[in-house]
Design a protein around this ligand. Structure first.
Ligand code: ATP
Ligand code: MG
Length: 563
Protein backbone atom coordinates (compact mmCIF):
# COMPACT_ATOMS: atom_id res chain seq x y z
CA UNK A 1 0.00 0.00 0.00
CA UNK A 2 1.14 3.51 -0.65
CA UNK A 3 1.19 6.21 1.96
CA UNK A 4 -1.88 7.82 0.45
CA UNK A 5 -4.08 4.79 0.99
CA UNK A 6 -2.77 3.94 4.44
CA UNK A 7 -5.62 3.79 6.91
CA UNK A 8 -5.46 6.33 9.68
CA UNK A 9 -5.65 5.60 13.39
CA UNK A 10 -5.86 7.66 16.56
CA UNK A 11 -2.09 8.22 16.70
CA UNK A 12 -1.86 9.35 13.10
CA UNK A 13 -4.86 11.61 13.75
CA UNK A 14 -3.17 13.23 16.75
CA UNK A 15 0.02 13.77 14.77
CA UNK A 16 -1.90 15.24 11.84
CA UNK A 17 -3.59 17.70 14.19
CA UNK A 18 -0.30 18.59 15.84
CA UNK A 19 1.24 19.31 12.48
CA UNK A 20 -1.74 21.40 11.46
CA UNK A 21 -1.38 23.41 14.66
CA UNK A 22 2.35 23.67 13.94
CA UNK A 23 3.17 22.09 17.29
CA UNK A 24 6.94 21.40 17.53
CA UNK A 25 7.24 23.54 14.36
CA UNK A 26 5.59 20.63 12.56
CA UNK A 27 8.50 18.29 13.30
CA UNK A 28 7.79 14.58 13.77
CA UNK A 29 10.52 12.57 15.46
CA UNK A 30 9.72 9.17 16.91
CA UNK A 31 11.91 6.48 18.41
CA UNK A 32 11.95 2.75 18.90
CA UNK A 33 13.45 2.12 22.37
CA UNK A 34 14.21 -1.57 22.98
CA UNK A 35 15.99 -2.80 26.05
CA UNK A 36 18.85 -5.03 24.87
CA UNK A 37 17.86 -7.92 27.14
CA UNK A 38 16.61 -10.33 24.52
CA UNK A 39 15.77 -10.73 20.85
CA UNK A 40 12.98 -8.77 19.21
CA UNK A 41 9.66 -10.49 18.66
CA UNK A 42 6.59 -10.00 16.52
CA UNK A 43 5.14 -7.62 19.14
CA UNK A 44 8.12 -5.36 18.70
CA UNK A 45 7.50 -5.43 14.95
CA UNK A 46 4.22 -3.64 15.57
CA UNK A 47 6.00 -0.88 17.45
CA UNK A 48 8.84 -0.67 14.90
CA UNK A 49 6.44 -0.41 11.97
CA UNK A 50 4.34 2.19 13.74
CA UNK A 51 7.27 4.40 14.74
CA UNK A 52 9.16 4.22 11.47
CA UNK A 53 6.12 4.46 9.22
CA UNK A 54 4.59 7.41 11.07
CA UNK A 55 7.92 9.23 10.81
CA UNK A 56 8.20 8.47 7.10
CA UNK A 57 4.64 9.58 6.38
CA UNK A 58 5.37 12.92 8.05
CA UNK A 59 8.80 13.52 6.55
CA UNK A 60 10.24 13.01 9.97
CA UNK A 61 12.66 10.47 11.32
CA UNK A 62 12.76 7.61 13.76
CA UNK A 63 15.61 6.96 16.17
CA UNK A 64 16.80 3.60 17.33
CA UNK A 65 17.57 3.99 21.01
CA UNK A 66 18.75 1.25 23.28
CA UNK A 67 17.28 1.61 26.71
CA UNK A 68 20.31 0.10 28.42
CA UNK A 69 19.95 1.02 32.08
CA UNK A 70 19.88 -2.50 33.47
CA UNK A 71 23.45 -3.82 33.18
CA UNK A 72 22.86 -7.22 34.73
CA UNK A 73 20.38 -8.32 32.05
CA UNK A 74 21.80 -6.65 29.00
CA UNK A 75 24.32 -7.83 26.47
CA UNK A 76 26.07 -6.73 23.32
CA UNK A 77 24.75 -9.83 21.51
CA UNK A 78 21.24 -8.45 21.93
CA UNK A 79 22.26 -5.03 20.64
CA UNK A 80 23.60 -6.61 17.45
CA UNK A 81 20.57 -8.83 16.92
CA UNK A 82 18.16 -5.93 17.44
CA UNK A 83 19.94 -3.81 14.84
CA UNK A 84 19.93 -6.69 12.40
CA UNK A 85 16.23 -7.34 12.93
CA UNK A 86 15.16 -3.71 12.52
CA UNK A 87 17.18 -3.50 9.29
CA UNK A 88 15.73 -6.77 8.08
CA UNK A 89 12.23 -5.39 8.61
CA UNK A 90 13.23 -2.70 6.15
CA UNK A 91 13.86 0.29 8.38
CA UNK A 92 16.83 2.60 8.58
CA UNK A 93 17.62 4.87 11.49
CA UNK A 94 20.43 6.52 9.55
CA UNK A 95 22.81 8.26 11.91
CA UNK A 96 20.23 8.32 14.68
CA UNK A 97 21.46 5.45 16.77
CA UNK A 98 21.46 6.21 20.48
CA UNK A 99 21.96 4.56 23.82
CA UNK A 100 20.44 5.70 27.09
CA UNK A 101 23.90 5.01 28.53
CA UNK A 102 25.17 7.90 26.35
CA UNK A 103 23.18 10.12 28.68
CA UNK A 104 24.47 8.80 32.01
CA UNK A 105 26.40 12.01 32.74
CA UNK A 106 23.42 14.17 31.91
CA UNK A 107 21.06 11.95 33.88
CA UNK A 108 23.32 12.21 36.88
CA UNK A 109 23.53 16.00 36.55
CA UNK A 110 19.76 16.25 36.33
CA UNK A 111 19.64 14.32 39.60
CA UNK A 112 21.76 17.08 41.13
CA UNK A 113 19.37 19.63 39.66
CA UNK A 114 16.37 17.90 41.23
CA UNK A 115 18.10 17.82 44.62
CA UNK A 116 18.98 21.51 44.38
CA UNK A 117 15.41 22.42 43.54
CA UNK A 118 14.09 20.34 46.44
CA UNK A 119 12.58 17.73 44.13
CA UNK A 120 14.70 14.73 45.05
CA UNK A 121 16.30 13.18 48.11
CA UNK A 122 18.54 10.31 49.07
CA UNK A 123 16.61 7.68 50.98
CA UNK A 124 18.14 4.99 53.21
CA UNK A 125 15.08 2.77 53.53
CA UNK A 126 15.55 -0.78 52.32
CA UNK A 127 13.67 -1.98 49.23
CA UNK A 128 11.18 -3.78 51.48
CA UNK A 129 10.62 -0.71 53.60
CA UNK A 130 10.10 1.43 50.53
CA UNK A 131 7.44 -0.99 49.35
CA UNK A 132 5.79 -0.97 52.76
CA UNK A 133 5.80 2.83 52.98
CA UNK A 134 4.38 3.14 49.50
CA UNK A 135 0.88 2.14 50.60
CA UNK A 136 -1.68 0.55 48.32
CA UNK A 137 -4.28 1.58 45.79
CA UNK A 138 -6.71 2.19 48.65
CA UNK A 139 -4.31 3.54 51.27
CA UNK A 140 -2.02 6.51 50.97
CA UNK A 141 1.71 6.00 51.48
CA UNK A 142 3.83 7.17 54.38
CA UNK A 143 6.61 9.66 54.01
CA UNK A 144 10.14 8.37 54.35
CA UNK A 145 11.98 9.65 57.45
CA UNK A 146 14.75 10.75 55.05
CA UNK A 147 12.44 12.93 53.00
CA UNK A 148 13.42 16.05 54.95
CA UNK A 149 17.16 15.68 54.53
CA UNK A 150 18.92 18.93 53.83
CA UNK A 151 19.96 19.74 50.32
CA UNK A 152 23.62 19.71 51.37
CA UNK A 153 23.33 16.26 52.88
CA UNK A 154 21.49 14.97 49.81
CA UNK A 155 24.15 16.35 47.48
CA UNK A 156 26.90 14.83 49.58
CA UNK A 157 25.27 11.38 49.76
CA UNK A 158 24.33 11.35 46.07
CA UNK A 159 27.92 12.15 45.16
CA UNK A 160 29.19 9.40 47.45
CA UNK A 161 26.68 6.93 45.99
CA UNK A 162 28.32 7.62 42.68
CA UNK A 163 31.87 7.25 43.90
CA UNK A 164 31.14 3.78 45.14
CA UNK A 165 31.21 4.30 48.88
CA UNK A 166 28.00 2.35 49.59
CA UNK A 167 27.00 -1.24 48.89
CA UNK A 168 24.16 -2.21 46.57
CA UNK A 169 20.70 -1.54 47.88
CA UNK A 170 21.70 0.66 50.80
CA UNK A 171 20.51 3.97 49.39
CA UNK A 172 18.51 5.33 46.49
CA UNK A 173 17.72 8.69 45.02
CA UNK A 174 14.00 9.36 45.01
CA UNK A 175 11.86 11.99 43.37
CA UNK A 176 10.01 14.04 45.96
CA UNK A 177 6.46 14.11 44.62
CA UNK A 178 3.47 13.02 46.68
CA UNK A 179 3.15 10.00 48.98
CA UNK A 180 -0.63 10.44 49.02
CA UNK A 181 -1.03 10.49 45.26
CA UNK A 182 -3.72 8.24 43.85
CA UNK A 183 -1.11 7.09 41.34
CA UNK A 184 1.41 4.76 42.97
CA UNK A 185 4.02 5.75 40.41
CA UNK A 186 3.97 9.27 41.86
CA UNK A 187 4.69 8.23 45.46
CA UNK A 188 8.29 9.33 45.52
CA UNK A 189 9.52 6.89 42.88
CA UNK A 190 13.12 5.71 42.95
CA UNK A 191 15.12 7.34 40.19
CA UNK A 192 18.65 6.08 40.93
CA UNK A 193 19.86 2.89 42.54
CA UNK A 194 23.26 1.60 43.59
CA UNK A 195 24.42 -1.36 41.54
CA UNK A 196 28.05 -2.40 41.40
CA UNK A 197 27.78 -4.09 38.03
CA UNK A 198 29.71 -3.81 34.81
CA UNK A 199 27.78 -2.32 31.92
CA UNK A 200 28.17 -3.63 28.37
CA UNK A 201 29.05 -0.16 27.13
CA UNK A 202 30.22 1.94 30.05
CA UNK A 203 32.15 -0.82 31.77
CA UNK A 204 32.86 -0.01 35.42
CA UNK A 205 32.46 3.77 35.12
CA UNK A 206 29.23 3.70 37.03
CA UNK A 207 27.98 1.96 40.14
CA UNK A 208 24.67 3.79 40.21
CA UNK A 209 22.12 3.37 37.46
CA UNK A 210 19.04 5.44 36.61
CA UNK A 211 15.58 3.87 36.56
CA UNK A 212 13.58 3.47 33.38
CA UNK A 213 10.83 5.97 34.30
CA UNK A 214 13.41 8.66 34.88
CA UNK A 215 15.66 7.82 31.96
CA UNK A 216 13.04 7.51 29.30
CA UNK A 217 11.53 11.02 29.28
CA UNK A 218 14.97 12.59 29.53
CA UNK A 219 16.31 10.52 26.64
CA UNK A 220 13.27 11.51 24.60
CA UNK A 221 13.79 15.17 25.42
CA UNK A 222 17.52 15.11 24.69
CA UNK A 223 16.80 13.64 21.27
CA UNK A 224 14.07 16.16 20.53
CA UNK A 225 11.46 13.46 20.13
CA UNK A 226 8.05 14.92 19.27
CA UNK A 227 5.81 11.90 19.88
CA UNK A 228 6.85 9.17 22.29
CA UNK A 229 4.72 6.16 21.36
CA UNK A 230 4.57 3.36 23.87
CA UNK A 231 2.35 0.50 24.94
CA UNK A 232 -0.63 0.80 27.28
CA UNK A 233 1.10 -0.44 30.41
CA UNK A 234 2.88 2.91 30.52
CA UNK A 235 -0.34 4.91 30.71
CA UNK A 236 -0.08 5.11 34.51
CA UNK A 237 3.51 6.22 34.17
CA UNK A 238 2.65 9.19 31.99
CA UNK A 239 2.20 11.58 34.95
CA UNK A 240 5.74 10.73 36.05
CA UNK A 241 7.02 11.16 32.50
CA UNK A 242 5.49 14.62 32.45
CA UNK A 243 6.58 15.48 36.01
CA UNK A 244 10.17 14.62 35.17
CA UNK A 245 10.25 16.90 32.15
CA UNK A 246 8.30 19.68 33.89
CA UNK A 247 10.89 19.76 36.65
CA UNK A 248 14.05 19.77 34.57
CA UNK A 249 15.57 22.43 32.34
CA UNK A 250 14.91 20.50 29.13
CA UNK A 251 14.31 22.23 25.83
CA UNK A 252 11.58 19.94 24.65
CA UNK A 253 8.67 18.06 26.18
CA UNK A 254 7.67 15.13 23.99
CA UNK A 255 4.12 13.84 24.13
CA UNK A 256 3.69 10.29 25.34
CA UNK A 257 0.89 8.41 23.58
CA UNK A 258 -0.02 4.86 24.49
CA UNK A 259 -1.35 2.14 22.18
CA UNK A 260 -2.34 -1.48 22.68
CA UNK A 261 0.41 -4.04 22.53
CA UNK A 262 0.15 -6.93 20.14
CA UNK A 263 -0.93 -10.22 21.65
CA UNK A 264 -1.12 -13.24 19.36
CA UNK A 265 -3.11 -16.39 19.98
CA UNK A 266 -1.11 -19.60 20.55
CA UNK A 267 1.94 -17.41 21.11
CA UNK A 268 3.91 -15.93 23.97
CA UNK A 269 5.44 -12.51 23.43
CA UNK A 270 7.48 -11.57 26.42
CA UNK A 271 11.24 -11.56 26.30
CA UNK A 272 11.40 -13.00 29.78
CA UNK A 273 9.31 -15.99 28.77
CA UNK A 274 11.05 -16.42 25.45
CA UNK A 275 14.35 -16.44 27.32
CA UNK A 276 13.02 -19.31 29.42
CA UNK A 277 12.14 -21.29 26.30
CA UNK A 278 15.72 -20.82 25.11
CA UNK A 279 17.47 -21.42 28.43
CA UNK A 280 15.42 -24.44 29.37
CA UNK A 281 15.90 -26.06 25.98
CA UNK A 282 12.31 -26.10 24.76
CA UNK A 283 13.55 -24.59 21.52
CA UNK A 284 16.85 -24.56 19.75
CA UNK A 285 17.86 -20.95 20.41
CA UNK A 286 16.35 -17.50 19.85
CA UNK A 287 16.20 -18.14 16.12
CA UNK A 288 14.44 -21.48 16.32
CA UNK A 289 11.86 -21.29 13.51
CA UNK A 290 9.06 -21.94 16.01
CA UNK A 291 9.91 -18.81 18.00
CA UNK A 292 7.89 -15.62 17.49
CA UNK A 293 11.17 -13.70 17.42
CA UNK A 294 12.02 -11.81 14.26
CA UNK A 295 15.11 -13.98 13.86
CA UNK A 296 12.98 -17.11 14.27
CA UNK A 297 10.31 -16.15 11.78
CA UNK A 298 12.98 -14.96 9.35
CA UNK A 299 14.60 -18.38 9.52
CA UNK A 300 11.19 -19.96 9.16
CA UNK A 301 10.76 -18.13 5.84
CA UNK A 302 8.46 -15.23 6.71
CA UNK A 303 9.41 -12.16 4.69
CA UNK A 304 9.69 -8.58 5.97
CA UNK A 305 6.97 -7.59 3.50
CA UNK A 306 4.60 -10.11 5.06
CA UNK A 307 5.33 -8.81 8.56
CA UNK A 308 4.84 -5.21 7.50
CA UNK A 309 1.55 -6.10 5.79
CA UNK A 310 0.46 -7.90 8.91
CA UNK A 311 1.26 -4.90 11.11
CA UNK A 312 -0.64 -2.64 8.77
CA UNK A 313 -3.62 -4.99 8.78
CA UNK A 314 -3.91 -5.24 12.55
CA UNK A 315 -3.76 -1.46 12.87
CA UNK A 316 -3.20 0.54 16.01
CA UNK A 317 -5.81 0.95 18.70
CA UNK A 318 -6.19 2.02 22.29
CA UNK A 319 -7.69 -1.19 23.64
CA UNK A 320 -5.86 -4.46 24.31
CA UNK A 321 -6.90 -7.40 22.19
CA UNK A 322 -5.54 -10.67 20.90
CA UNK A 323 -4.94 -11.17 17.21
CA UNK A 324 -5.57 -14.63 15.78
CA UNK A 325 -2.25 -16.13 14.73
CA UNK A 326 -4.15 -17.47 11.69
CA UNK A 327 -4.18 -13.90 10.38
CA UNK A 328 -0.40 -13.77 10.52
CA UNK A 329 -0.16 -17.13 8.76
CA UNK A 330 -2.70 -16.01 6.18
CA UNK A 331 -0.66 -12.88 5.45
CA UNK A 332 2.48 -14.96 5.05
CA UNK A 333 0.69 -17.38 2.72
CA UNK A 334 -0.59 -14.52 0.61
CA UNK A 335 2.89 -13.05 0.29
CA UNK A 336 4.56 -16.36 -0.51
CA UNK A 337 1.87 -17.30 -2.99
CA UNK A 338 3.00 -14.37 -5.10
CA UNK A 339 6.72 -14.79 -4.79
CA UNK A 340 7.53 -18.46 -4.28
CA UNK A 341 8.34 -20.56 -7.36
CA UNK A 342 6.62 -23.94 -7.48
CA UNK A 343 8.43 -27.21 -7.40
CA UNK A 344 7.85 -30.83 -6.47
CA UNK A 345 9.07 -32.54 -3.35
CA UNK A 346 8.03 -35.86 -1.91
CA UNK A 347 8.08 -35.74 1.86
CA UNK A 348 7.33 -39.37 2.67
CA UNK A 349 8.36 -41.34 -0.41
CA UNK A 350 6.74 -44.45 -1.86
CA UNK A 351 8.41 -46.05 -4.86
CA UNK A 352 6.47 -46.32 -8.12
CA UNK A 353 7.65 -48.46 -11.06
CA UNK A 354 6.03 -47.76 -14.44
CA UNK A 355 6.18 -51.22 -15.93
CA UNK A 356 5.54 -50.25 -19.54
CA UNK A 357 7.99 -47.35 -19.52
CA UNK A 358 11.31 -48.27 -21.19
CA UNK A 359 14.22 -48.88 -18.87
CA UNK A 360 16.92 -46.25 -19.09
CA UNK A 361 14.70 -43.68 -20.80
CA UNK A 362 14.53 -40.16 -19.36
CA UNK A 363 12.24 -37.42 -20.60
CA UNK A 364 12.68 -33.79 -19.65
CA UNK A 365 9.19 -32.44 -19.12
CA UNK A 366 8.25 -28.78 -18.99
CA UNK A 367 6.89 -27.46 -15.72
CA UNK A 368 5.61 -23.99 -14.94
CA UNK A 369 7.33 -22.12 -12.14
CA UNK A 370 4.20 -20.19 -11.21
CA UNK A 371 0.64 -20.85 -12.37
CA UNK A 372 -0.37 -17.19 -12.13
CA UNK A 373 2.82 -15.59 -13.33
CA UNK A 374 4.21 -16.68 -16.72
CA UNK A 375 7.12 -14.27 -16.22
CA UNK A 376 8.55 -16.69 -13.70
CA UNK A 377 9.18 -19.08 -16.59
CA UNK A 378 9.39 -22.82 -16.83
CA UNK A 379 11.85 -25.51 -15.89
CA UNK A 380 12.61 -29.08 -16.94
CA UNK A 381 11.67 -31.98 -14.71
CA UNK A 382 13.03 -35.45 -15.51
CA UNK A 383 10.60 -38.35 -15.78
CA UNK A 384 11.70 -42.00 -15.81
CA UNK A 385 10.58 -45.53 -15.11
CA UNK A 386 11.11 -45.32 -11.35
CA UNK A 387 9.53 -42.51 -9.41
CA UNK A 388 8.57 -41.54 -5.90
CA UNK A 389 5.15 -40.39 -4.85
CA UNK A 390 3.78 -39.37 -1.48
CA UNK A 391 2.79 -42.31 0.71
CA UNK A 392 -0.42 -40.50 1.56
CA UNK A 393 -1.38 -40.44 -2.10
CA UNK A 394 -1.95 -44.18 -2.10
CA UNK A 395 -4.57 -46.17 -0.24
CA UNK A 396 -5.15 -49.85 -0.74
CA UNK A 397 -8.71 -49.68 0.50
CA UNK A 398 -9.76 -46.11 -0.05
CA UNK A 399 -12.78 -44.52 1.55
CA UNK A 400 -15.29 -42.72 -0.65
CA UNK A 401 -13.97 -39.43 -2.00
CA UNK A 402 -10.38 -40.61 -2.05
CA UNK A 403 -9.52 -40.08 -5.71
CA UNK A 404 -5.82 -40.66 -5.66
CA UNK A 405 -3.85 -43.87 -6.22
CA UNK A 406 -5.43 -47.20 -5.44
CA UNK A 407 -5.23 -50.50 -7.34
CA UNK A 408 -7.02 -50.18 -10.68
CA UNK A 409 -7.27 -46.37 -10.57
CA UNK A 410 -5.79 -43.89 -13.00
CA UNK A 411 -4.53 -40.45 -11.92
CA UNK A 412 -2.55 -37.64 -13.47
CA UNK A 413 1.10 -37.19 -12.55
CA UNK A 414 1.63 -33.45 -12.63
CA UNK A 415 3.21 -32.23 -15.90
CA UNK A 416 3.65 -35.88 -17.00
CA UNK A 417 1.19 -38.63 -17.88
CA UNK A 418 -1.93 -40.48 -16.87
CA UNK A 419 -0.72 -43.30 -14.70
CA UNK A 420 -2.66 -46.31 -13.54
CA UNK A 421 -1.91 -48.26 -10.42
CA UNK A 422 -1.90 -51.97 -11.23
CA UNK A 423 -0.57 -53.69 -8.15
CA UNK A 424 0.90 -53.22 -4.72
CA UNK A 425 4.13 -54.89 -3.66
CA UNK A 426 4.44 -55.63 0.04
CA UNK A 427 7.19 -56.80 2.29
CA UNK A 428 6.71 -60.54 2.79
CA UNK A 429 7.39 -60.39 6.47
CA UNK A 430 5.97 -57.09 7.67
CA UNK A 431 3.21 -56.57 5.14
CA UNK A 432 4.42 -53.02 4.67
CA UNK A 433 3.73 -51.46 1.28
CA UNK A 434 7.08 -50.99 -0.42
CA UNK A 435 6.25 -50.30 -4.03
CA UNK A 436 3.48 -49.63 -6.51
CA UNK A 437 3.55 -51.23 -9.94
CA UNK A 438 1.90 -48.93 -12.45
CA UNK A 439 1.45 -48.40 -16.18
CA UNK A 440 1.35 -45.16 -18.12
CA UNK A 441 -0.56 -44.03 -21.18
CA UNK A 442 2.11 -42.84 -23.58
CA UNK A 443 -0.50 -40.78 -25.42
CA UNK A 444 -1.24 -38.62 -22.37
CA UNK A 445 2.02 -36.71 -22.23
CA UNK A 446 1.50 -33.30 -20.63
CA UNK A 447 -1.40 -34.62 -18.60
CA UNK A 448 -4.38 -35.03 -20.91
CA UNK A 449 -5.64 -38.07 -22.78
CA UNK A 450 -6.44 -37.76 -26.51
CA UNK A 451 -9.73 -39.61 -26.01
CA UNK A 452 -10.81 -36.96 -23.56
CA UNK A 453 -11.19 -39.27 -20.57
CA UNK A 454 -10.86 -37.63 -17.21
CA UNK A 455 -9.12 -38.43 -13.97
CA UNK A 456 -10.14 -37.01 -10.65
CA UNK A 457 -6.73 -36.37 -9.10
CA UNK A 458 -3.36 -34.89 -9.96
CA UNK A 459 -0.43 -35.79 -7.78
CA UNK A 460 3.19 -34.72 -7.52
CA UNK A 461 6.17 -37.02 -7.94
CA UNK A 462 9.94 -37.03 -8.47
CA UNK A 463 12.16 -39.28 -10.57
CA UNK A 464 13.93 -41.72 -8.26
CA UNK A 465 17.27 -41.66 -10.02
CA UNK A 466 17.34 -37.87 -10.26
CA UNK A 467 15.80 -36.89 -6.97
CA UNK A 468 17.83 -35.10 -4.35
CA UNK A 469 17.62 -36.33 -0.79
CA UNK A 470 16.78 -33.71 1.78
CA UNK A 471 15.70 -33.18 5.33
CA UNK A 472 12.46 -31.32 5.85
CA UNK A 473 11.37 -29.87 9.16
CA UNK A 474 7.67 -29.47 9.72
CA UNK A 475 6.74 -26.94 12.35
CA UNK A 476 3.54 -26.58 14.21
CA UNK A 477 2.45 -24.04 16.79
CA UNK A 478 4.59 -23.97 19.85
CA UNK A 479 1.62 -23.91 22.23
CA UNK A 480 -1.54 -25.97 22.21
CA UNK A 481 -3.74 -23.45 23.98
CA UNK A 482 -5.08 -20.28 22.48
CA UNK A 483 -3.85 -18.18 25.37
CA UNK A 484 -0.87 -19.99 26.89
CA UNK A 485 -0.66 -17.38 29.66
CA UNK A 486 -4.34 -17.35 30.63
CA UNK A 487 -4.05 -19.49 33.73
CA UNK A 488 -1.93 -17.50 36.16
CA UNK A 489 -1.75 -20.44 38.57
CA UNK A 490 -0.11 -22.58 35.94
CA UNK A 491 3.32 -22.33 34.37
CA UNK A 492 2.88 -21.36 30.70
CA UNK A 493 5.43 -24.04 29.85
CA UNK A 494 2.78 -26.66 30.58
CA UNK A 495 0.94 -25.53 27.47
CA UNK A 496 3.79 -26.34 25.14
CA UNK A 497 2.98 -28.43 22.09
CA UNK A 498 5.19 -31.49 22.38
CA UNK A 499 4.70 -32.15 18.67
CA UNK A 500 5.70 -28.75 17.39
CA UNK A 501 8.57 -30.17 15.34
CA UNK A 502 8.61 -33.18 13.07
CA UNK A 503 11.80 -33.96 11.18
CA UNK A 504 11.52 -35.92 7.95
CA UNK A 505 14.85 -37.29 6.82
CA UNK A 506 13.89 -39.35 3.77
CA UNK A 507 12.51 -36.58 1.57
CA UNK A 508 13.19 -36.47 -2.16
CA UNK A 509 13.25 -33.24 -4.15
CA UNK A 510 13.14 -32.57 -7.85
CA UNK A 511 16.64 -31.89 -9.16
CA UNK A 512 16.07 -28.20 -9.91
CA UNK A 513 16.26 -27.64 -6.16
CA UNK A 514 19.86 -28.85 -5.99
CA UNK A 515 21.17 -25.31 -5.84
CA UNK A 516 18.56 -23.86 -3.51
CA UNK A 517 20.37 -21.08 -1.68
CA UNK A 518 19.95 -20.87 2.08
CA UNK A 519 16.95 -18.68 2.77
CA UNK A 520 15.32 -19.26 -0.63
CA UNK A 521 11.59 -19.85 -0.70
CA UNK A 522 9.50 -22.35 -2.65
CA UNK A 523 6.08 -23.75 -2.79
CA UNK A 524 6.33 -27.52 -2.81
CA UNK A 525 3.16 -28.30 -4.69
CA UNK A 526 0.36 -29.53 -2.47
CA UNK A 527 2.62 -29.42 0.60
CA UNK A 528 3.03 -25.81 1.54
CA UNK A 529 5.68 -23.12 1.45
CA UNK A 530 9.22 -24.03 2.37
CA UNK A 531 12.45 -22.21 2.96
CA UNK A 532 15.99 -23.59 2.71
CA UNK A 533 17.30 -23.32 6.24
CA UNK A 534 19.72 -20.43 6.59
CA UNK A 535 21.84 -22.22 9.17
CA UNK A 536 21.82 -25.89 8.33
CA UNK A 537 21.13 -26.20 4.61
CA UNK A 538 24.12 -26.77 2.33
CA UNK A 539 24.70 -28.24 -1.13
CA UNK A 540 25.86 -31.50 0.47
CA UNK A 541 22.74 -31.74 2.56
CA UNK A 542 19.67 -29.69 1.85
CA UNK A 543 17.48 -28.82 4.80
CA UNK A 544 14.11 -27.13 4.34
CA UNK A 545 11.78 -25.61 6.89
CA UNK A 546 8.08 -25.60 6.24
CA UNK A 547 7.19 -21.94 6.49
CA UNK A 548 3.44 -22.38 6.38
CA UNK A 549 0.93 -24.89 5.10
CA UNK A 550 -1.17 -24.12 2.03
CA UNK A 551 -4.30 -23.85 4.11
CA UNK A 552 -5.15 -23.10 7.70
CA UNK A 553 -5.20 -26.68 8.94
CA UNK A 554 -6.19 -25.63 12.45
CA UNK A 555 -9.30 -23.86 11.25
CA UNK A 556 -10.54 -27.16 9.84
CA UNK A 557 -9.84 -29.04 13.04
CA UNK A 558 -11.47 -26.47 15.24
CA UNK A 559 -14.35 -25.88 12.86
CA UNK A 560 -13.57 -22.21 12.67
CA UNK A 561 -14.12 -22.03 8.93
CA UNK A 562 -11.66 -21.41 6.17
CA UNK A 563 -9.02 -18.77 6.37
P1 ATP B 1 8.76 -7.70 26.66
O1 ATP B 1 7.44 -7.60 27.37
O2 ATP B 1 8.77 -8.68 25.55
O3 ATP B 1 9.92 -7.85 27.57
P2 ATP B 1 9.31 -4.96 26.56
O4 ATP B 1 8.19 -4.00 26.40
O5 ATP B 1 9.92 -5.09 27.88
O6 ATP B 1 8.87 -6.33 25.93
P3 ATP B 1 11.21 -3.36 25.26
O7 ATP B 1 12.54 -3.74 24.74
O8 ATP B 1 11.15 -2.47 26.44
O9 ATP B 1 10.46 -4.69 25.54
O10 ATP B 1 10.30 -2.82 24.10
C1 ATP B 1 10.67 -1.87 23.17
C2 ATP B 1 9.44 -1.24 22.60
O11 ATP B 1 8.61 -2.24 22.00
C3 ATP B 1 8.61 -0.58 23.67
O12 ATP B 1 8.22 0.69 23.19
C4 ATP B 1 7.44 -1.48 23.84
O13 ATP B 1 6.30 -0.77 24.21
C5 ATP B 1 7.30 -2.12 22.46
N1 ATP B 1 6.69 -3.44 22.57
C6 ATP B 1 7.10 -4.48 23.31
N2 ATP B 1 6.25 -5.51 23.21
C7 ATP B 1 5.27 -5.12 22.37
C8 ATP B 1 4.08 -5.72 21.86
N3 ATP B 1 3.74 -6.97 22.20
N4 ATP B 1 3.31 -5.01 21.02
C9 ATP B 1 3.65 -3.76 20.67
N5 ATP B 1 4.74 -3.13 21.11
C10 ATP B 1 5.55 -3.79 21.95
MG1 MG C 1 10.70 -3.28 28.81
Amino acid sequence: MTNQTKASDFIRDIIAQDRKANKNEGRVITRFPPEPNGYLHIGHAKSICLNFEVAKENNGRCHLRFDDTNPTKEEEEYVQSIKEDVRWLGYDWGEHLFFASDYFDKLYEYGVHLIKTGKAYVCDLTADEIREYRGTLTEPGKESPYRKRSMAENLDLYERMRTGEFPDGTRVLRAKIDMASGNLNMRDPVIYRILHASHHRTGDSWCIYPMYDYTHPISDAVENISHSLCTLEFEDHRPLYDWTLDNLPVACHPQQIEFARLNLSFTVVSKRKLLRLVNEGFVDGWDDPRMPTLSGIRRRGYTPEAIRNFCERIGVAKRDSTVDVALLEHTVREDLNNRAPRSMAVLRPLKVVIENYPEGRVEELDAQNHPGNPDMGTRKVPFSRELYVERDDFMEEPPKKFYRLTPGREVRFRYAYFIKCERVVKDDKTGEIIELRCTYDSESRGGSAPDGRKVKATIHWVSAAHAIPAEIRLYDRLFVTENPEADKEKDFIENINSKSLEILTECRLEPSLANAAPGSLYQFERQGYFCADSKDSAAEKLVFNRTVTLRDSWAKIKGRGKS
